[in-house]
Design a protein around this ligand. Sequence first.
Ligand code: ADP
Ligand code: MG
Length: 357
Amino acid sequence: MPDFRKTARRLLLSVVFPALAACTAPERGVWQQQLFAFGTLIDISLYDVDETRARAAVQAVDEMYQRQHHDWHAWQQGQLTDLNNAISANRSLATDLSIVTLIRLGQKFEAGSDGLFNPAIGGLLDLWGFQQDDGPQGPPPSAASIQEWLDSAPSSLQLDIDGQMVSSRNPAVDLDLGGFAKGYSVGKAVDLLEQRGIHNLVVNAGGDLCVRGKHGSRPWRIGIRNPLGPGILASIELQGSICAFTSGNYERYFDYQGRRYHHILDPRTGYPASGSASVTVLAEDPALADAAATALFVAGPGQWPGIAAAMHIRDVLLIDEQGNAWITPELEQRIHFEREPRQLTIVSPVSPGGQLH
Ligand code: ADP
Ligand code: MG
């Protein structure tokens, strides 16, 4: 079966809970439409908007998504693969402005996460088979090939940008924007809808979402998927201008000889990050929320508070591989657990110096 259908079906499962929880369709006042881009179902809910305006607005969002899907794809030919090919041939290339913007953002996230978030990780993702339309099958790459990647030490901070001209000091840099492009584009979709006078809405890309305003007289209610089994783990009410992004080990993976290998890789080891099952981050900026969820997933239960502080993230929920939960104090006040985690620990983001963020 073509991978996108498998992806669509899997994501439908993860989307349905937030979507149902957010706006049990068909519900009075809410107009809902689904799009498909970035291998994900994107569910748009608009409150109290007439149908003509809603349709035109969602059409505009769809056109934007299809353009981005083409330009930013990490392995189908487009602007990003052209740039990666130029980098590996030690050539400079003038690229699209949106890619320049994303590279600058990615550099900020890489620096802020102490390299745990690394947008130059494409070569390693490819080694693991995660850069292909078909689901990866294994076997995992050899230890020698992983070591070779580690030795080549690619980093987005090795890129130089002059206007739209991009060059790299390291030909092993291979950009993969999968860790934050979805967040960035959800933000752009929200901007587009707001420019069209729509102020109460949810844009939900596979469980990663931003809300604006309210659902009539009450907040939007969203669900956070249980990473260790079916159903939702917790729900939370959101209103105003806020986004919730989750990175989970269940999104894309393969099983090989009794072991599971997922798609969030630890740039320090070259292997799938261990320790976390999912990380949810709330933030106003969706690209930051997306990147931080990935970075804190890599940091794991022991190290996430320092990285959260460095990335200026206040609201985090981390579930580890055993089902224990770590949560920041303000989020703990707002969250409703549908099922009790094995153990719940409340932790503040804290910088390595020990000062509270
Ligand atoms: P999802 O919402 O699908 O769980 P995430 O936001 O967690 O996605 O991002 C996972 C994607 O990020 C991977 O598919 C890959 O493209 C990219 N990625 C994996 N590991 C890293 C990393 N350490 N730093 C930056 N990007 C990564
Ligand atoms: Mg992410």
